[in-house]
Design a protein around this ligand. Structure first.
Ligand code: FAD
Ligand code: SF4
Ligand code: SF4
Length: 481
């Protein structure tokens, strides 16, 4: 075994090749290529097989990373996939879009002197190879159970839960208000980070596994929570968070100031071949425009990088802190800069200017002041520092909050926190309503795909336990009668 491993001293870290920026700008295809078998084997062989693997501890799914790296280094990729998929319902998706620098790779012990093992790219390689070779099969449960579960939301939390529950043989129904399954994997995250057929083959497999998708079905419009509770033995709420955080500055009501998700959904729909009137009439198309995106998270990065691909005249990202203090991943900022995005650090919007449509963003310079309760320095405006940026499309990417679910679902009894996230008991993952569970962003607030998968898996385990106890109680009652 040692022959295939511990090569971090002799083999340098190498990422899969990245397309040149001028090529990337011509389409919405992914930026990184795939490892070839030799490259994957070599990179996996850099792992030192730590006794206490910090990569595994810092992966939200607790992936058995050293095991699948070893199997890949030994050329046993099918077995590597079996190990990888035993803890992760979408390894090739997490391999593409997890912020590895903050999770597994950022905690790899060889990171300090030798650059980490490229864990995410190897995970992507394992998953893609499994699909290419037909190793990913529909689920065939050992036995069918009569109990049915309704899942509201076909994002990563709902999909992971559905897969785990179907493995137990439950009848699983997923309800989603969109016309395609995948949640933000389909309509939020752009194709240059995650191509849509990668998501489609996962949701297609779930359909082939006997899971029923009810698309274009908005809970709160087509049915209330009560009706679904009557229909199913258990329910899982996995609706994500979608209400955009607003900005209270003069001129914010001018036209051509749009929310990030409206902008990204239009672009993703266009890429999927849909007719998108607001894109066709130019409202949500950045072509030829001076675009200003406000915000510094990953959503803002996705917006600026979408705008450059649409052929914007100029694209600026305005963020109130500096590069070192922005929430977006450093890798995405670098990609955006290579693609021609200009970052205006330490700047905050003061007003939008224009008569009817936005024509400019007036901003002031900021400086980082005293730390707040969390230790983060608070940005404060520098007096007399105003400047104006040309703008004929402004995109607000300031984060998301939950919708008012109790009102939307016609279920005022559903308990939520003061931020609107659904309250669950963290051991049972059940809400205050018997048999109603919740998982993903709607519990955590806006987070990451890998955490949604983890929550979906945990919720599936909790639902299985709940239904097993219900079934046992039912059987005991009939035996006693
Ligand atoms: P979602 O993915 O939001 O899915 C919820 C589903 O519920 C949706 O399909 C929605 O249509 C459906 N739904 C909502 N309300 C109803 C209703 N009333 N009736 C029926 N259906 C309903 N994370 C990463 O790890 N890496 C990234 O690179 C990354 N990039 C991102 C980029 C953008 C632009 C955004 C917005 C987020 C990004 N994230 C990223 C975060 C990640 O996408 C989310 O944390 C994750 O998708 C949450 O999963 P979820 O299943 O909880 O919710
Ligand atoms: Fe790393 Fe994400 Fe894969 Fe975990 S799921 S090993 S954090 S890329
Ligand atoms: Fe291998 Fe790095 Fe994980 Fe250690 S921390 S097991 S070297 S990937």
């Amino acid at each position: 075994m040692a022959d295939d491993l511990l090569k971090f001293v002799s083999i340098e870290q190498k990422m899969p090749s990245k397309r040149a920026a001028e090529e990337r700008l011509k389409d919405f295809d992914e930026v990184y290529a795939e490892f070839d078998p030799k490259g994957a084997k070599e990179q996996a062989s850099r792992c030192s097989q730590c006794g206490v693997p910090f990569c595994h501890i810092h992966c939200p799914l607790g992936n058995n990373i050293p095991d699948w790296l070893r199997l890949t280094a030994e050329g046993r990729v099918e077995e590597a996939y079996d190990v990888a998929s035993s803890t992760n319902n979408m390894p090739e998706i997490c391999g593409r879009i997890c912020p590895q620098d903050r999770l597994c790779e950022g905690n790899c012990v060889i990171e300090k002197d030798f650059n980490s093992v490229t864990i995410g790219s190897v995970e992507k390689y394992i998953g893609d190879t499994a699909w290419e070779n037909g190793w990913v099969k529909p689920i065939t449960p050992a036995r069918e159970r009569e109990q049915s579960i309704g899942i509201i939301g076909a994002g990563p939390a709902g999909l992971a839960a559905a897969e785990e529950l179907r493995k137990h043989g439950y009848q699983v129904h997923i309800y989603d208000r969109h016309d395609r399954a995948g949640g933000l994997l389909i309509y939020g995250i752009p194709g240059f980070k995650l191509e849509k057929d990668v998501v489609g083959r996962r949701t297609g497999r779930l359909e082939q596994s006997g899971i029923t998708f009810h698309l274009d079905f908005e809970v709160g419009r087509e049915a209330g929570l009560g009706e679904l509770r009557d229909k199913h033995d258990a329910l899982l709420i996995a609706t994500g968070v979608y209400r955009a955080r607003g900005l209270k500055v003069p001129g914010v009501g001018l036209s051509n100031i749009r929310e990030a998700l409206d902008y990204l959904i239009a672009s993703n729909r266009k890429g999927l071949g849909d007719k998108v009137p607001e894109f066709e009439n130019g409202t949500l198309d950045a072509k030829g425009k001076d675009v200003v995106v406000i915000g510094g998270g990953d959503t803002a990065m996705d917006c600026v990088r979408t705008a450059v691909r649409q052929g914007a005249k100029s694209v600026k990202c305005v963020y109130r802190r500096d590069r070192d203090n922005m929430p977006g991943s450093a890798r995405e900022v670098k990609n955006a800069e290579e693609e021609g995005v200009e970052f205006v650090w330490l700047a905050g919007p003061e007003a939008f200017v224009g008569d009817d449509k936005v024509e400019g963003v007036r901003a002031y310079k900021m400086r980082l002041g005293a730390p707040d309760a969390t230790g983060r320095q608070t940005p404060e405006p520098v007096p007399g520092s105003s400047f104006t940026l040309d703008c004929d499309l402004a995109v607000l990417a300031l984060g998301f909050e939950p919708e008012d679910l109790p009102a939307l679902f016609g279920a005022p009894e559903l308990r939520v926190t003061r931020w609107g996230t659904v309250t669950v008991d963290h051991t049972s993952m059940m809400t205050n309503l018997d048999g109603v569970f919740a998982a993903g962003d709607i519990v955590r607030g806006a987070s990451l795909v890998v955490w949604a998968v983890r929550d979906g898996r945990d919720a599936a385990g909790a639902i299985h336990q709940y239904l097993s106890e219900e079934a046992k109680a039912g059987a005991d009652a009939s035996a006693a009668a």
